[in-house]
Design a protein around this ligand. Structure first.
Ligand code: 6PG
Length: 266
C-alpha cells in the first residue's frame, strides 16, 4: 500500500517508482475485474513514466491486452499535433506496447467543436460507469505550477461548490462556442478554455477525475513546489488551487521528486 506522500531523490527515480506502482495497480485491477481502466494525464512529466512502463519488467509484468486507456484531458488539436496528449502517449507508451486501437479511448479533439468532443466523451464515460466499481481503476494526474489538474484551471466554473454562486468570473465562462454547456454536476467531460491563451481544451470534470480506485499525482521540479505546498498544506480554496479537490478522496497518492517536495519538510 503506498502512502499519501511518496518522494524520490530525482525525476529519473520518480519515473521508475511510479511505473512500478502503476503496474502493480493494473495487475490487481485485472485480477479482480478481468480488465483495468487506466486514465492517462498529459503534459511532459509523465513521459518518462510511460517510457518505463513500455520497457521490461513492466512491459511483460502487466497483461496490457486487458487495459483500456482513457485521457484526463486533451488540447483541442488533432492527434498528430505536437501538443496532443494522445500523441505523446502513443509515442511513449501505446506504440511500444502495440496497444490495439480498440483499447484506446481517446478524446476526438480534432472535431471542429471542443464542446462536441466533450459531449461525445461524456457519453462514452457514462457507458463505462457501473455500480460495482469506480469509473477508473487508475487515474494519473500531473500538476500545473498554478496547481491545476487535468484542464481544471484556477477560477474555472467547474471548481465552484454547489449552490448559486456568482457566475461570470470563471476562466471558462466565456463560451463563444455554441454548445459549451454551463457546468452540470453530473457531467463527466467538458470543454473549457485555458485562461492564459484562450485555447479550448477537453477535460474530465471533478466528478470523473475523483471517480477512481487509485489517483496518482506525478510531479517534479522546483517550479512545482509552491503548487504542491498549496495542494497539501494550504488553506482550503480549491477555486484558486484546483489540486485541493483531491482532499475529497482517500484514493490519492502524491508522487514527486525532492525538488517539488522542498516546501513540505519543516
Ligand atoms: C496537460 C495536462 C496538465 C499537466 C500539467 C503539468 O494537458 O498539460 O493534463 O494538467 O499535467 O500542466 O504539466 P507538465 O507535466 O508538463 O509540467
Amino acid at each position: 500500500m503506498a502512502r499519501l506522500l511518496n518522494v524520490t531523490p530525482d525525476a529519473a527515480t520518480l519515473a521508475g517508482a511510479t511505473a512500478e506502482r502503476i503496474a502493480t495497480l493494473l495487475r490487481h485491477a485485472i485480477e479482480r475485474h478481468g480488465q483495468a481502466r487506466l486514465c492517462l494525464t498529459g503534459g511532459e512529466t509523465p513521459r518518462e513514466t510511460y517510457q518505463t512502463l513500455a520497457r521490461p519488467p513492466c512491459a511483460t509484468d502487466v497483461p496490457w491486452a486487458q487495459v483500456e486507456f482513457f485521457w484526463g484531458d486533451e488540447r483541442h488539436v488533432p492527434p498528430d499535433h505536437p501538443d496532443s496528449n494522445f500523441g505523446m502517449a502513443r509515442e511513449a507508451l501505446l506504440r511500444p506496447l502495440a496497444i490495439a486501437d480498440r483499447q484506446q479511448q481517446r478524446m476526438r479533439a480534432e472535431l471542429p467543436s471542443a464542446a462536441a468532443a466533450a459531449a461525445e466523451y461524456d457519453t462514452l464515460l457514462r457507458e463505462r460507469a457501473a455500480r460495482d466499481r469506480p469509473l477508473f481503476d487508475v487515474m494519473l494526474l500531473g500538476l500545473g505550477a498554478d496547481a491545476h489538474i487535468a484542464s481544471l484551471f484556477p477560477g474555472s466554473d467547474w471548481l465552484r461548490g454547489p449552490g448559486p454562486g456568482p457566475r461570470g468570473t470563471g476562466s471558462d465562462n466565456a463560451r463563444p462556442e455554441v454548445g459549451a454547456d454551463a457546468p452540470r454536476p453530473s457531467s463527466l467531460a467538458a470543454a473549457v478554455r485555458k485562461p492564459d491563451d484562450g485555447r479550448w481544451r477537453i477535460t474530465l470534470t471533478p466528478a470523473a477525475l475523483l471517480d477512481a480506485a487509485a489517483i496518482l499525482v506525478i510531479t517534479a521540479g522546483a517550479q512545482k513546489a509552491d503548487a504542491v505546498f498549496a495542494a497539501l498544506r494550504g488553506a482550503a480554496d480549491p477555486f484558486r488551487w484546483p489540486a485541493q479537490l483531491l482532499r475529497e478522496t482517500e484514493a490519492v497518492e502524491w508522487w514527486m521528486d525532492r525538488e517539488a517536495a522542498r516546501l513540505l519538510s519543516g
